[in-house]
Design a protein around this ligand. Structure first.
Ligand code: ATP
Length: 270
């Protein structure tokens, strides 16, 4: 069996005293593009934070490229994060920098490359997302879909070994969404990157990913290839794939008290 690029071994994580992930294990093979899906508040973004080393598990291990993040020094963790690309919801660009300066930013920040080479790399990255020629534009002159593609060009500027996407499709019209999804897949294949994408867009992601993990109640409750997910008759998966509001996945925040108690309607209350 090949060594996975990302491995969670019995990871438990709580914010303060509120458990979010419970003894969760999964592996992502090198070069794969995987989706993490689950109900709102199920801990998907927390999973990305654990992979990037922003937070540490209270129990278990998070290994990336065979290394336990908890054992890394500050300098090693910094290097680990430098090898990662992030594309988050609304992929915020620096509004006072041009498109070209936005894409050049990580290259200037993290390398000693000469300006001419940085300019060439910016051109190549913008070309990869179909936006060569926009270098001099300001972010305010871009459509939402174009801005997301510039953010993607910036995220891949340093040729990351690992890409983390958090809701990369949010707020996009269907055509821009299709373009971004296709680019994510194309760039992943071309660069050999391993990528983890948190998304609510079941159908679009099933078109592009290699594998899907479903998170609920702090665990991976189902997983499979897109073909397996589409063919599954598991009620969990059907609820996601069919977008049913009712089903085994609960979307309510787990309030510590009942609604009746909050409204003063339980026995014993006046
Ligand atoms: N920094 C924090 N401190 C305390 N609680 C947090 C923090 N960040 C997230 N949470 C809580 O942890 C739970 C999981 O959050 P997370 O953002 O990982 O969920 P998610 O699955 O990504 O949700 P969504 O799909 O709605 O974005 C949520 O109930 C959230 O309120």
């Amino acid at each position: 069996m090949t060594e996975p690029f990302i491995e969670f071994r019995g990871v438990s994580f709580a914010y303060n005293d509120r458990p979010i992930l419970k003894d969760l294990s999964f592996r992502v093979e090198r070069g794969q593009l995987v989706a993490i899906m689950g109900g709102s508040g199920s801990g998907k973004t927390t999973l990305l934070r654990l992979i990037s080393g922003q937070v540490r598990p209270q129990q278990g291990q998070v290994l990336v490229d065979g290394r336990d993040l908890a054992r890394m020094s500050h300098a090693e963790l910094y290097e680990h994060r430098r090898r990662m690309g992030f594309l988050f919801q609304f992929g915020a660009l620096f509004t006072d920098l041009t498109v070209g300066e936005n894409v050049a930013f990580p290259l200037k920040e993290h390398t000693d490359l000469p300006p001419r080479l940085i300019d060439d790399l910016v051109t190549l990255k913008l070309n990869a997302v179909g936006l060569r020629g926009t270098e001099k534009l300001m972010p305010s002159e871009l459509s939402g879909g174009m801005a997301r593609r510039v953010a993607l060009a910036r995220a891949i500027a340093l040729d990351p070994a690992l890409m983390l996407y958090d809701e990369p499709f949010t707020g996009l019209d269907p055509i821009s969404l299709g373009v971004i999804a296709h680019l994510i897949k194309k760039l992943n294949d071309a660069l050999g990157t391993t990528a983890v994408m948190v998304t609510h867009d079941v159908h679009k992601s099933l078109d592009i990913v290699d594998y899907v993990f479903f998170v609920a109640q702090g665990k991976i409750i189902a997983e499979g290839t897109p073909a397996e997910v589409r063919a599954s008759d598991s009620p969990w998966l059907r609820q996601f794939v069919d977008g049913a509001p009712e089903g085994p996945v609960h979307f309510a925040y787990p309030a510590p008290t009942s609604l009746a108690a909050d409204l003063g309607l339980e026995a014993g209350h006046a």
